[in-house]
Ligand binder design. Structure first.
Ligand SMILES: [Zn+2]
Ligand SMILES: [Zn+2]
Ligand SMILES: [Zn+2]
Length: 222
C-alpha cells in the first residue's frame, strides 16, 4: 500500500495531462502524461504518521545535515528533539524540504510572503531555485496546479506562523575538505558550517561565498 491519492491537475505547456499525489505532495505522471498509481516521492514514510503541532508549542526549529557533499537529506529537530515525520501545523503539511527552502531564502535575505493557491486555497512554500528567485507562476504542492500572482514573490509557510530572521553571516573563510556539515537554527538565524561561522568557503583552493555555493547545491532540491 502506498496511500497515494492521485488527481488530475491540468495540462502542461505541451498539452499533456498532469497528475499529482495529494498525500505525498509530488508528481504522479510520467513524462508522456500517463497517470501513475504511485507518485515519485522518495520519502513517503514521513507522511505515514504526521505530527500535529500547535505553533505556540514550537520553540525551536533546527535542521542538521551531516555532510552535504554526500547526502542532502537532513534531520529536523523541533524543540531540540529529532522529528522524523511530516509536521501538520494548522492546515499546512510541512517537512524537511520546506525548512531547507526557509534556510536558503533566509540566507538570501528574502522577505517571504506566501501567496494562496487559486485552486485549492492553500498557502505556498518555495524550495530549491524558487526559494531565492522571485516568480509569479507558482506550483501548488498541495493540489499540483500552477497559479499566477500579480507581483513575483517567494513564499514559505513557516513565515506565516513565525517571525523568521535572516541568516546573520560573519566574515570568515572555512576550508572544506571531505566534509561540509550544516547546522541551521531557524529561530535565531544561525547557520554553522562544520561548526563554524563564515561567509566564504575554500574548496580545492578556490573561494566561493557560502550563499552562492548553497544556492547552486540546493537549486534542484527537492
Ligand atoms: Zn504519493
Ligand atoms: Zn492548490
Ligand atoms: Zn512558488
Amino acid at each position: 500500500m502506498n496511500n497515494c491519492d492521485v488527481k488530475y491537475c491540468g495540462k502542461d505547456e505541451n498539452g499533456k495531462p498532469r497528475y499529482w499525489c495529494t498525500t505525498h505532495k509530488d508528481v504522479a505522471s510520467d513524462k508522456d502524461g500517463n497517470k501513475l498509481e504511485e507518485c515519485l516521492c522518495t520519502y513517503k514514510e514521513i507522511y505515514d504518521n504526521k505530527v500535529f503541532m500547535k505553533k505556540e508549542d514550537i520553540k525551536s526549529i533546527k535542521l542538521k545535515y551531516e555532510n552535504v557533499l554526500d547526502n542532502l537529506r537532513p534531520r529536523i529537530f523541533i524543540n531540540d528533539k529529532q522529528e522524523n515525520n511530516a509536521l501538520k501545523i494548522k492546515e499546512s503539511l510541512l517537512d524537511f524540504k520546506d525548512i531547507a527552502g526557509l534556510m536558503i531564502a533566509k540566507l538570501n535575505n528574502i522577505d517571504l510572503e506566501s501567496s494562496y493557491c487559486t485552486y485549492c486555497g492553500m498557502p505556498h512554500t518555495d524550495d530549491g531555485l524558487f526559494a531565492y528567485t522571485p516568480h509569479a507562476r507558482h506550483l501548488c504542492q498541495y493540489c499540483g496546479y500552477f497559479y499566477n500572482v500579480d507581483k513575483p514573490n517567494i513564499g514559505n509557510e513557516f513565515a506565516l506562523f513565525f517571525d523568521i530572521p535572516n541568516i546573520k553571516e560573519e566574515d570568515g573563510i572555512i576550508e572544506i575538505e571531505d566534509k561540509l556539515a550544516l547546522d541551521y537554527d531557524a529561530f535565531n538565524g544561525i547557520l554553522l558550517i562544520n561548526n563554524k561561522k563564515g561567509n566564504t568557503l575554500k574548496i580545492n583552493n578556490e573561494e566561493i561565498s557560502v550563499k552562492d555555493y548553497l544556492n547552486k547545491l540546493f537549486k534542484d532540491e527537492y
